[in-house]
Design a protein around this ligand. Structure first.
Ligand code: ADP
Ligand code: MG
Length: 698
């Protein structure tokens, strides 16, 4: 039997393959492009393309595609075959450097938020040589960025790469100030932990809400939910185990380091965590992981739900974005060091993150905003919509000591003047893993926990990288001019702590009293919906920062805001229409039929003897009839509200109407439907219940 190390990465044109297949000078020049971001010349591209094609054909590929991530949130590909006709009537398999570097998908149907006039429909894709090409099915997939001919980014990868570059540039300035002359690059890395649900496919197929909206829009609570916590880390069921086995195999072949898997808190919920890697590769890998999960699930008679809140009253699914920054020679800049001097540098990077998160709370919040994730944030299971940072006890004590120039009690009583020679060595605090914090320091990395399970991790990391780059730029500007480096450093770290300590919170983030304190006392932002936060993408301070670092142009920001709000509106409208449809064509007829059944039974009983009371039937018929009236009335109200959306003058107004008019009316319609479900005989209910879905997997 083949072992994992035999097939790991077998479908990736990775460094091993490149080194083996390319002439030494070509390999060296490609490596320089990958490691240092230098331009690739056409001769090199031609040689790489030839080697890549030969390798792909050997592995059964007939087609190639530029694989990219448009703003729809999923990935896109258009396959072209390698076949070129030859004069003698046969074909040859061809693939040029030009085809490798640049492609032209007909992109007129991808959202551009007004960036691309239709006459200029043809955007182009450009190879991202830092992310390896891979084979999916019979197609060689080349990871690419996607832009319009006017140079505007139409995808998530382009700004992600730009944000990594911005962070690299500013972090390098800081490292040089600390006397580091050896590092060539600073790179951000991510390990995204992915949560998901698996439900039986035959049951899924019977629920239009799951099929159209990815979540249940109706459903009474089952008698058993997650209260026993007996699913968390529990024994994995055989069908789920065989799904995971095949999933791992597929991921490993693609060089994706799937590492851990376990059952999550909710019944039927699971988690997969890969080993962390460079942010843009982690992003590609996470997109692939989500796609492959869905494909493999079906092969096992299951459906993989990636929605953030598939079931009301049961935990939703998120994604934990474990993020750190490191030099190309392997120094993790968020890891406390061995010496006080290293720790001064560590504290500066830590402060850069604290300042970034406080200054750009709004950008981080909106980077994870979707209609789906709105149901999760603040629902007592996921971090709240208010952003705060957890530091842990030791770091917290150090921060307090620096702030007040008082002795740090953790070790010898030294005043924490950052005259670096007196800064104590401190331990990594890995003790208290606060699970309720949206942004937690976990020893040598930050874990951003607000991402939704279906989000691309690109958006969150674009904002995180950019905001931290901005803090570092401010620091570097000051330190480069400072007369006395150590005093300037001390003052700056102290000032950061003073100015931004409001964002640090080590308590329970799920607590109601925290939200009150956060918003009323500390003045932190609390945007509970996408409609609330998204327009702030265009706030002056945000536009200024993101354009200054070259991450977005103003036009790109305008288009993104428009597209994200449009997505929000469209998702909710689909849900609302699915609801009215199900209420009218499935739920009402079922309740009606069951009511008629009971009424008939009562009539039959009375015919036997007028003395039989039929109290049960009478009460039930009355209750169900009232509920049916209510269902009918609330369906009409929701439909009328949907009609009213036509009156919105722009997308912002439409999103506000969705938030204020549509979503509340959807909740109102759900109530009588769920009440009717528990009064109606199971044989009459038109689709599988929560109990069936959550406990149906064998
Ligand atoms: P948890 O206790 O949250 O499950 P783990 O330490 O097992 O934490 O790691 C969770 C994720 O964090 C994994 O994907 C792991 O690869 C990633 N990770 C670990 N170290 C780093 C780092 N320095 N930078 C980024 N991600 C990291
Ligand atoms: Mg975690």
């Amino acid at each position: 039997m083949a072992t994992v190390s035999d097939y790991f990465g077998s479908l990736v044109f990775d460094d091993r393959n490149m080194r083996a297949a390319l002439p030494a000078d070509i390999y060296k020049s490609l490596r320089k492009t990958i490691d240092e971001g230098t331009n690739l010349d056409l001769n090199v591209a031609n040689a790489v393309a030839e080697a890549m094609k030969n390798w792909a054909i050997e592995h059964g590929a007939t087609h190639f595609t530029h694989w990219f991530q448009p703003l729809t949130g999923i990935t896109a590909e258009k396959h072209e075959s390698f076949i070129t006709p030859s004069p003698d009537g046969s074909v040859i398999m061809e693939f040029s450097g030009k085809e490798l570097i640049q492609g032209e998908p007909d992109a007129s149907s991808f959202p551009s938020g007004g960036l691309r006039a239709t006459f200029e429909a043809r955007g182009y894709t450009a190879w991202d040589p830092t992310s390896y090409a891979f084979i999916k099915g019979k197609t060689l997939c080349i990871p690419t960025a996607f832009c319009s001919y006017s140079g505007h980014a139409l995808d998530k990868k382009t700004p992600l790469l730009r944000s990594m570059e911005a962070l690299n540039k500013q972090a390098m300035r800081i490292l040089r100030l600390f006397g580091n002359t050896t590092a060539k690059r600073v790179v951000s890395s991510v390990g995204p932990e992915q949560e998901y649900f698996l439900v039986p496919k035959d049951l899924y197929d019977k629920r239009p809400d799951l099929r159209f909206a990815g979540r249940t829009l109706f459903g009474a609570k089952p008698p058993k939910g997650q209260e026993l916590d007996d699913h968390y880390f529990g024994v994995i069921k055989p069908v789920v185990a065989s799904f995971m086995e095949e999933l791992n195999e597929e991921l490993w072949k693609l060089g994706i380091m799937a590492k851990t898997e376990h059952n999550e808190v909710a019944p039927s919920q699971h988690e997969l965590a890969p080993i962390y890697t460079t942010t843009n590769i982690a992003t590609d890998h996470n997109q692939l992981t989500m796609e492959i999960m869905q494909r493999i699930a079906v092969k096992h008679g299951l459906v993989c739900l990636l929605h953030e809140k598939p079931f009301a009253g049961v935990n939703g699914s998120g994604k934990h974005n474990n993020w750190s920054i490191a030099t190309d020679d392997g120094q993790n800049l968020l890891s406390p060091g061995e010496t006080p001097y290293e720790n001064a540098q560590f504290l500066l990077f830590l402060c850069a993150v604290i300042k970034a998160v406080d200054d750009y709370q709004d950008l981080l919040r909106l980077s994870v905003a979707t209609a789906g994730n709105d149901h999760r944030l603040g629902a007592n299971e996921a971090p709240p919509a208010v952003i705060s940072i957890f530091l842990g006890d030791e770091l917290n004590a150090i921060m307090e000591a620096i702030e007040t120039d008082t002795p740090y009690m953790g070790t010898a009583k030294t005043v924490m003047k950052l005259g670096v020679d007196v800064l104590p060595k401190f331990n990594r605090d890995t003790t208290d893993r606060n699970r309720t914090s949206p942004f937690a320091f976990t020893g040598n990395k930050f874990e951003f926990r607000m991402l939704g399970s279906s989000n691309s991790i690109a958006c969150a990391n674009i904002m995180l990288n950019s905001a931290v780059a901005e803090s570092l730029k401010i620091y570097a500007d000051r330190l480069e001019k400072a007369e006395d480096f150590e005093t300037a450093l001390h003052d700056m770290i102290q000032k950061t702590i003073k100015d931004h300590k409001r964002i640090i919170f080590n308590g329970n983030g799920y607590d109601e009293s925290w939200i009150k304190e956060a918003t009323e006392v500390r003045g932190l932002l609390n945007y509970s919906t996408t409609a609330d936060c998204m327009p702030h993408l265009l706030d002056e301070k945000n536009v200024k920062m993101l354009t200054a670092h070259g991450v977005f142009s103003e036009a790109e920001l305008n288009s993104r805001c428009e597209i994200m709000l449009e997505n929000y509106c469209k998702s909710v409208i689909i849900e609302a229409k699915t609801m009215t449809d199900m209420a009218k064509t499935m739920i009402s007829p079922a309740v009606e039929a069951y009511t008629a059944d009971i009424a008939r039974t009562a009539g039959a009983k009375k015919a036997v003897s007028a003395d039989i009371s039929c109290k049960y039937e009478t009460e039930l018929v009355k209750k169900l009839s009232l509920l049916l009236d209510e269902i009918c009335e609330k369906t009409d109200v929701l439909e009328a509200a949907l009609m009213d959306l036509d009156k919105a003058k722009d997308t912002i107004e439409e999103s506000e109407m969705i938030r204020d008019m549509i979503l509340p009316k959807m909740c109102e319609l759900r109530v009588p439907c769920d009440e009717a479900e528990v009064l109606t005989a199971k044989r009459c209910w038109p689709f599988p219940t929560y109990a069936d879905l959550l406990f149906g997997t064998k």
